[in-house]
Design a protein. Sequence first.
Length: 292
Amino acid sequence: MTPPTTTPSTTTPPTTPGIDKLKPLSPAPNAKLEKAHLAEEEWERIQPLPEHNIVWPPNDLYSDEPPLESTLHLQQMMLLLACLRRLWKDRQDYFAAGNLTIYYSQRQRKNEKFRGPDFFVVLNTQPHPRKSWMLWEEDGQYPNIIVELLSDSTAKVDRTVKKRLYAETFRTPEYFWYDPASQEFQGFELLRGDYQPIAPTSDGWLWSEQLQLFLGVYNKQLRYFTADKEIVPTPEEAEAAEQQRADAAQQRADAAQERAYAAQERADAAQERANKLAEKLKALGVDVNDLS
């Protein structure tokens, strides 16, 4: 005899009204989480790391930049550095560098994300020497002003990728580029998160609010000019000008001395003539004192 077939119960367990609409509670801090329910990256992110596995950000990364494209580019970079250092020789609140790597990656790993501007200035910082500029070692400070020197191999990146990077990631207030070969020169200021062109003066100069100086092309080089439109000299130019001033002062002193000598000679000659005349009058029996 075939046993009767038993049909599994399909009775639905009682439910509490509205409980299916409730959101699950977050697990307690010590609750066990199932890895299968989390994306791998999220799982690894929330796991506590043993102290011996913590990778601390490096603080001794060397700059890793290719050489500049030509001697024109090298001379221009050195010119910008030398003029500013001389002008600000009494200041200890800025750092200026050229062709130095800026490490800014959030993961703080070498060779992951970095850019080395051809020239940059950071304000309100210490001027001590650095192997590179590491954001995590510099209180998160990015450059206040960047200048890129265009070349055939870098111009496209400087006008697009780097411009966007400096505006959106660095948020650098001012960005300039200059081509030492063609003298192309443009500058931008960051306004509402985007770079806007800086209006040139009648001389074609662009004002840098960060430096409180004009930048402009002079004798096929990018130079600084003061607010009074005086060129900021190089150390060599300043030395030569100082020597010219010293030479001119010496020439004036020599001329004054020569005039004094000539006056003295004239006075001596006049005195000699007076003495001779007195002697002649005396020989004639004329008392010189009676003539006065």
